[in-house]
Design a protein around this ligand. Structure first.
Ligand code: PRF
Length: 376
């Protein structure tokens, strides 16, 4: 993998860049649709490529390891071949999902013991086997095995947790260097900065990660229960330390406002379930604000779903029709909402990039947040 920093906004920390992988290029800032179990829920690959214009998608080690499992993934020739998505993929390492989904999980120095949320079967993730698993899944960018410290953790817990993440990172790097991609292309490992909301821990974590000289770096442990202002403060502090010539990935964030604020503070890559998850609950993002399609208000509004939208669904379908689909629980409603919201997020990233290059990012960002986050 290679990263070219193309433009830096003169008035903020916002950047425009290019990530080059063996499965193609990614223009940053970028949003990565979440394809947890090998599918971006309710969205075809053709829509992702041609309509949404996604450049990279995310998969989850935890889910893919449990189902379909490593034997099937290996036989398929990796996740790209299995899913027919031939562009870049990033996989999360599983630690975060073990803690949010699995049952009876137990953390030890060695790794994380857990029971599957599907059938209760017992499994053990270690920094070593999580590297091996991500080799077999075959993502272009793989993530270190970390403990995502809750945003409400006290200092003593956060420090212990960070120290474990740091020891695990060293084990990840060792194993990653001893192994190779079974499919003949190259993979790269991103370390993750933890440290909760404590400036000295975040500073130390960022310095430790920066010293590894990885091809890209991630910021984890944010949007996990801490106040939003604390999140912005930690992003700012960490980005002062992480290398400028490597992409920075903020894990699992967020709303359009969160993403634009993080871009202004120097973040390049994002993933989040909000556009798809909230979309399936009837929440539609537009430039003029957020619509809840279950609302009576749209019952006889036959105007296009989103007159400013770039997706085919925006002009093809009306607000009243999508409201009807949600009202009758038609599967098509989930599909339209998911495609629309992902197209909206990707368009927001393209506009952010244009404004960074044009040099007026911050003004555009402030206006955009005000409009986009309004409730309609
Ligand atoms: N670590 C990992 N994955 C994550 C997170 C983390 O801290 C977060 C936190 N926002 C989302 N996904 N490995």
């Amino acid at each position: 993998m290679n990263f070219q920093l193309q433009h830096t906004d003169p008035k903020s920390k916002a950047r425009a860049g290019l990530i080059i992988t063996d499965h193609g290029q990614v223009e940053t800032p970028i949003f990565m649709p979440v394809g947890t179990a090998g599918s971006v829920k309710a969205v075809h690959i053709t829509e992702l490529k041609n309509d949404i214009k996604a450049q990279i998608i995310l998969g989850n080690t935890y889910h893919l390891y449990l189902r379909p499992g490593l034997e099937i993934l290996r036989q398929a020739g990796g996740l790209h071949k299995f899913t027919s998505w031939d562009k870049p993929i990033l996989t999360d390492s599983g630690g975060f999902q073990v803690f949010s989904l699995a049952e009876n999980r137990k953390l030890t120095e060695e790794g994380a013991l857990f029971q599957s949320h599907i059938d209760g079967s017992r499994h053990f993730f270690t920094p070593e086997n999580v590297m091996d698993i991500q080799r077999i899944i075959g993502a272009d960018i793989i993530m270190a095995f970390d403990e995502c410290t809750p945003g409400t953790a006290d200092y003593t817990y956060a420090k212990k947790s960070l120290e474990l993440t740091e020891r695990w990172l060293d084990r990840c790097i060792t194993r990653f260097r001893e192994t190779e991609c079974p499919y003949g292309y190259s993979q790269t490992l991103f370390p993750i900065v933890q440290g909760c909301v404590y400036p000295d821990l975040r500073r130390r974590a960022a310095e430790n990660v920066a010293a590894k000289e990885a091809e890209g770096n991630a910021i984890g442990g944010l949007a996990v229960g801490e106040p939003t202002e604390k999140m912005y403060e930690m992003i700012e502090l960490v980005n002062e330390i992480l290398p400028k010539d490597k992409p920075r990935y903020l894990m699992g964030v967020g709303t359009p406002a969160n993403i634009l604020e993080a871009i202004e503070r120097g973040v390049d890559m994002f993933d989040c379930i909000i556009p798809t998850h909230n979309g399936r609950n009837g929440q539609i993002f537009t430039k003029n604000g957020i619509m809840n399609m279950r609302n009576e208000r749209w019952k006889n509004d036959f105007s296009p779903l989103d007159e400013n939208g770039t997706s085919f669904v925006d002009s093809l379908y009306s607000k009243a029709y999508l409201r009807h689909l949600f009202n009758t629980k038609e599967i098509l409603g989930l599909q339209i909402a998911s495609v629309h919201n992902l197209a909206f997020y990707l368009q927001l990233m393209r506009e952010a990039r244009e404004h960074i290059i044009a040099g007026d990012f911050s003004r555009w960002k402030n206006d955009t947040i005000e409009n986009v986050m309004r409730r309609l």
